[in-house]
Ligand binder design. Structure first.
Ligand code: ZN
Length: 307
């Protein structure tokens, strides 16, 4: 039963405007964030994490959350996700009238949960469930993410049983999916295969989403392992931007265009237009005024396009 098999298609979620940018020291103009969102949509993204509603003193890069929402393109076919850490953030997100889906985060270990959101791990699960309930009461949907699912910057190894139990509790609240996140990029494909399979069975029929950071260069291998084990929703950030203000040493997300190149070449549809993503990655490097970590955008186009 429930034999894992790679799906013929995955749903891609662009998280660059939030997770990609939140750790940048220099404040990015709201107009540039909106241009990034528009380019992601033009490249095929239909679910985009656009901002987070957190304390602007703690995450100054996200202080313009309401302004970003006010400028979002009016698209019925795009789901805009707003990340929230608590009910106050959720109320802010709902008040914009532009956020379709709340993104709730809980954390697998107590010490990281305390650093990230001032709660124990258990309290963070209850808070995430309350956020899902609030979203539903307002006719919206919610996604949930279990941060530090593969390792904790403070506690080290994380129990797989604990992550699976958390996923089962979260599923009871009725989110659109449950994600396991490698916030600090310590995962490896064998670990990913085991955990995705276990979480998938624990939350069935809800989908498993995966969120990887490429801190130790295992990000793409982890995406492939996750999809092969039955994850059907994959996060990425254009150019491989990213990090976490509360996790020491956290590096960028898996680069969206590298994920899409790998999956599409491997026969797994993503709904994304790689050429437009590469163009957007070049544009983003210009905005950031530096080379971005993603590699596909720096490589020659393959297969070669006739000129
Ligand atoms: Zn992340």
């Amino acid at each position: 039963m429930n034999t894992p098999r790679p799906s013929a298609a995955i749903e891609f979620v662009e998280v660059g405007p939030r997770d990609g940018l939140q750790n940048e020291k220099a404040l990015i103009a709201t107009a540039d964030k909106l241009a990034l969102i528009e380019r992601a949509i033009a490249a095929g993204a239909r679910r985009i994490e656009v901002t987070s509603f957190v304390n602007p003193k703690k995450v100054p890069q996200m202080a313009d959350a309401e302004d970003v929402c006010a400028g979002l393109p009016q698209r019925d076919d795009v789901t805009y996700i707003g990340l929230v850490m608590n009910l106050r953030g959720a109320e802010r997100a709902l008040a914009t009238g532009r956020i379709n889906q709340l993104g709730a985060v809980c954390v697998a270990t107590d010490r990281f949960a305390m650093a990230n959101q001032g709660q124990t791990s258990d309290e963070s699960v209850e808070a995430a469930k309350a956020i899902v309930a609030l979203a539903k009461a307002h006719g919206r949907t919610a996604q949930v993410t279990i941060g530090a699912s593969f390792g904790c910057p403070f506690e080290g190894e994380v129990s797989e049983d604990r992550v699976v139990a958390m996923a089962a509790r979260l599923a009871e609240a009725g989110p659109v999916e449950v994600a396991i996140a490698d916030t600090i990029g310590v995962g490896n494909p064998a670990h990913v295969t085991r955990l995705v399979e276990r979480v998938r069975q624990a939350i069935n029929p809800l989908p498993v989403r995966v969120h990887f950071h490429n801190t130790r260069n295992t990000g793409l291998a982890n995406v492939w392992a996750a999809v092969a084990a039955g994850a059907t929703v994959v996060d990425g950030a254009l150019g491989g931007l990213g990090g976490c203000p509360f996790a020491p040493g956290a590096a960028g997300n898996v680069p969206s265009e590298d994920v899409v190149y790998m999956l599409e070449r491997g026969g797994i549809a993503t709904g994304m237009d790689l050429a437009k993503m590469i163009e957007a990655s070049h544009w983003l490097a210009g905005v950031m005024e530096r080379k971005l970590p993603g590699m596909v955008a720096q490589a020659p186009v393959f297969p070669k396009v006739a000129d």
